[in-house]
Design a protein. Structure first.
Lengths: 114, 112
């Protein structure tokens, strides 16, 4: 079946620096992508999403980039803070409006160094 | 406030026992999901329900059972047939027509 994977399982970044978390997906039919943040012992929280008809979307301190040519998704976090330390998951689905399930990646643990 | 509530937060199970994890949402969401998360791994889908009185198996349904008698509730039973039940269990819900998954805070199940 299709899978969503992450390049790096862990990432350490100095506080105040920018961080980039990467995600590769294999389903060329993927239409909708979401980034989630999961703090220790808690459920994942929605960060930002992007449809396949876009290549960039910005939120507050976060930017998601989508490269459909190479099936690659990235999450950029600007001016990282200690509260950004968490596991970040990407997820994808073939259909934004349909009943297709989300497929989650393994996750990247981001550690912010004070 | 609207949200999704999982209980208990921690649960201990003896070998051979069935246990039931609760998931309740007051978001009026149609679809609900159960995921299992093991250390250092992603979320694996156990069961999901798109509508009341209907549910489907996910990728790792063996040893689990669910019911969806009410829109608000989607309990998960971990049966004695599940040989390695120790994990973090997450429930999620979604409004029909969008992909805004809302997750509960999880139940950590440990076999003792």
């Amino acid at each position: 079946g299709e899978s969503v994977g992450l390049h790096l399982p862990t990432l350490s970044v100095q506080e105040g620096d920018n961080s980039i978390i990467n995600c590769a997906y294999s389903n060329s039919a993927s239409d909708y992508f979401i980034w989630y943040k999961q703090e220790s012992g808690k459920g994942p929280q929605f960060i930002i999403d992007i449809r396949s008809n876009m290549d960039k979307r910005q939120g507050q301190r976060v930017t998601v980039l989508l490269n459909k040519t190479v099936k690659h998704l990235s999450l950029q976090i600007a001016a990282t803070q200690p509260g950004d330390s968490a596991v970040y998951f990407c997820a994808e689905t073939p259909s934004y409006f349909g009943n297709e399930k989300l497929t989650f990646g393994t996750g990247t643990r981001l550690t912010i160094i004070p | 406030d609207g949200g999704i509530t999982q209980s208990p937060k921690y649960l201990f199970r003896k070998e051979g026992q069935n246990v039931t994890l609760s998931c309740e949402q007051n978001l009026n969401h149609d679809a609900m999901y159960w995921y299992r998360q093991d250390p250092g791994q992603g979320l694996r889908l156990i069961y999901y329900s798109q509508i009341v009185n209907d549910f489907q198996k996910g990728d790792i349904a063996e040893g689990y059972s669910v019911s969806r008698e009410k829109k608000e509730s989607f309990p998960l039973t971990v049966t004695s047939a599940q040989k390695n039940p120790t994990a973090f269990y997450l429930c999620a819900s979604r409004s029909g027509g969008s992909y805004g998954y809302t997750f509960g805070s999880g139940t950590r199940l440990t076999v003792v």
